[in-house]
Design a protein around this ligand. Sequence first.
Ligand code: ATP
Length: 235
Amino acid sequence: SAVAPLLSVEGLSVYYDQFRAVHDVTISVDAGEIVSIIGANGAGKSSLLKAIIGQVDRCDGKIMFGGTKINDKATSAIIRDGIVLVPEGRRLFPSLTVEENLLLGWKVGRRNGYTLDEVYELFPLVKGKRRQQARQLSGGQQQMVALGRALLADPRILLCDEISLGLAPTVISDLYALLPAIRDRGIGIVLVEQDISRSLAAAARFYCLLEGRVSLSGSPGEFDRETITRYYFGS
Ligand code: ATP
């Protein structure tokens, strides 16, 4: 379409010293869209997310958000603008309560984001445990807290790094079942996963990374599983 996407990454390369971990990657994400980024271990998924939020030392290419180039912005400013990361491994403060962890995401000067009550509506299980220490929750519940904390930061784009890692299949299903409601509030969601099936099923579009490059992209329905697997492993 003629309207620029909310977030676009154009010709991005990420370097660690001489090593180029991401090679000329171009992706876009719109408001109210779920986009999946798949790729094997080491394909460059985390490096791509880190570059978007200004957490890599060296990258080339252009990162545009809401019509503005954000390459040179500080991470704190990027988050304030509305690109919020749900980090791999959840990164909660284990000895703080669930509610204290959630409120760390709470942001002043909000647009139209989730309130604490709305987060509890989304995760009733978490509400019941709001006075407990985060460490007492199961992995799935902790992931819900991490997601809730990100929602309280009033995201326009949510970057989810391996949110299903280490969780039981039913817990992953519960988590993924919540994504459409978040998307329908106009939030763009980027799902970075090694697990192909779930994220492809949830996404309108996907990008497959292989050794730092986009090896395949499109809508998941365009390709059979065998084709996607081939571009995932590069064999
Ligand atoms: P994973 O699923 O394991 O998180 P990934 O697809 O997210 O993998 P990255 O973590 O982005 O991949 O790593 C891409 C490549 O860059 C890998 O070869 C990795 O070893 C390398 N790399 C990542 N971070 C650094 C770093 N800080 N210094 C040097 N090399 C790095």
